[in-house]
Design a protein around this ligand. Sequence first.
Ligand code: GLC
Length: 783
Amino acid sequence: MLEDTSFAIHPGKGTNSEAVIYRSVGNLKSYSIKDNVYQFHCENGEVAIQFYTESIVRIVMNQHVMPNLKDSQTVISTPIDVVVTEELMGELFELKTNQLSLHIEKAPFRLTVKDRQGRTIVSEGKRGITYQENGRVTVFKEMDEADHFYGFGEKTGHLDKRGEKYEMWNSDVFAPHNPETDPLYESIPYFMTLRNGKAHGIFFDNTFRTVFDMKSDEDYYSFSAEGGQVDYYLMAGPSPKEVLEQYTHLTGRIPLPPKWAIGYHQSRYSYETEAEVRELAKNFIERDIPIDVIHLDIHYMNGYRVFTFDKESFPNPEKLIADLRDMGIRIVPIVDPGVKKDPEYPIYQEGIREDQFCKYIEGNIYFGEVWPGDSAFPDFTDEKVRKWWGDKHAYYTDLGVEGIWNDMNEPAVFNETKTMDLEVMHYNDGEPRTHRELHNVYGLLMGKATYEGLREQLNGKRPFLLTRAGYAGVQRYASVWTGDNRSFWEHLQMSIPMVMNLGLSGVAFTGPDVGGFAHDTNAELLTRWMQVGAFTPFFRNHSAIGTVYQEPWQFGGKYEKIMKKYIQMRYEWMPQLYSLFYQASKSGLPVMRPLLMEYPKDEKTYNLNDQFMIGDNVVIAPILAPSVTDRAVYLPEGEWVEFSTGEVYEGSKTHLVHAELKDLPIFIRKGTAIMQGSWSSNKDKETKNVTMNVYPGLDNTYRFTFYDDDGETFDYENGNYHELEIEVVSTSEQLKIDIINIEGNYIPPYEKIDVHIIGRNNEQEVFINGVKCSDNPIISLVE
Ligand code: GLC
């Protein structure tokens, strides 16, 4: 406890400055090629190089034996046949694909990677791949003056991570998330470097505790792990979008979520009784505030035993779930990994009988304290356990549940270390490893177990899963919320770069607790946060036990009206958002993104923390401080139209923009279009009317995809979807809107798309699909 006082900086304490001895892999002795893997035998280690595609190369080093290339907990793609030319030039060995060239110096072994144009992407200078006696492995790369770093999953601080040092170790952090609080719940050992407008990525696929250091040395950055092999993938880019496509080629993309999961979620720790939940739902219906989901936090259970409902407070969950479903609301219950140690509890009995729990090597079960008291933890690294756990979810799906919320899956334990004993041995599908090595994938594998179980049980309906902990690839199974933030303006501010960097790390479906979890929120903060929440990919209002209630009506009519407007706006934007979610599921590109993703050459975007984009043509610039009604907004090149006022703003400039509490500044780039729907009611959320808002430019072409389907089944996988590729061409005389491709068999409930043209200059004649049109143009979707 003394560490929490000024004693922490007592002059007598000193710092530990023991010299670190790095051992290099040494000189190259010989090399060989086996199964398309280049094997370099060095004096102090073995290095393997494997091309995954022309743009992705994997580099593995093992200090003892030939590298194990079959060890990834998350990579889902396999190497394709890549044409590689090899050249030996004296002291230099060269491997080239169409996109990448690797230059290997032999003495000592050093790697430089260049792009197609011969520009250096990464180089090792005087350092390189190293290891220490204690098993730590470290890779150093030269840091260019122009390097900016992004990604790293869920991190506090600013958008650009240059000058920062981060650790990856899934941690339950309730203490305030300060700028220096690290690590948090997710470990995504991946980052993207942007240098002079060109990007490349590195994914360090090592599940031990890892450290990324862009701070300690002026000339080098490094990534290191407490143990295991050096195992990293280099992605050539060269644009930020290509880097992300390459990274998600390796670790996967989000499944297309059901539409209801993209709607508004209301949560609290906890709505404690069935009556309270019904009252809550009734409020939403009567006030006509859109809602799709109510979350049930730990109080729904009997003594926090997962796969149970408390009989007194929730006497009839099936009826509750069905009644709410009739009102257009789904229930998402929380499921934590800890299974209460209770010999009379069937799940615990079964887990013991069938050997499903994590154990020490000697065979005794690991018990840790969580909400239900002493608990055992399923060993999700075992296929058998994943299946068991997944199957158990029939308990919920039989009651009508289609979504699950996984929490405490770092795993969190109420003890000094905050987690499981590092010596616990995981079965790891037959290759046992300690918790020290697999801690960071516990949440990922719990997610896999849960998602796959739900998918099997839901008879063709899409499941929704929310998780707190994860590893690279978590996006394949779950949406991520950013844990226990607080109701501070600073946390609203911080959530924006955090969500953008998660998006740049492959996790497209994510968001913070809107309004703030811990601490009491207030009317103004909640209102401003709702405006942002309406555009973050995951939109859930959640608050902690003991804090003020923060449902949209808790602060009176004035605020309720504004919050309702923005929640409704979320639904009006659904056609646009759903198309972007579809894009994320296809290519890995995030729904919410930093401006640098679209404008990588524009330095002004490199650390722009308080604005974000939705897709490639919409900039949102929320107010993020109390009593403020004016803010600076940077708009990149082009011309921009403010969504609600229609005012036109010149790009490549910073503007002072006014926004009263009721206003959220939204800018659409001229020459582009967005798709809008309309809100009807909670009971009937089907999109009935679709409008295309077109903002003509003067000299440009814009292409985008509008996607729709039934919104809840997997039938789209069999062609049951509706996809339009639309082109908007603006010249000073004409505006041409053409459907250039139509795909899929799904017949949407609307037969036409209304076209609204906003800010046309009088000389511009409008053509739709080649036909000149007049006042109220439409695009007919029927023959
Ligand atoms: C953890 C979660 C929080 C949840 C609480 C109770 O703190 O992060 O969201 O409400 O546990 O389950």
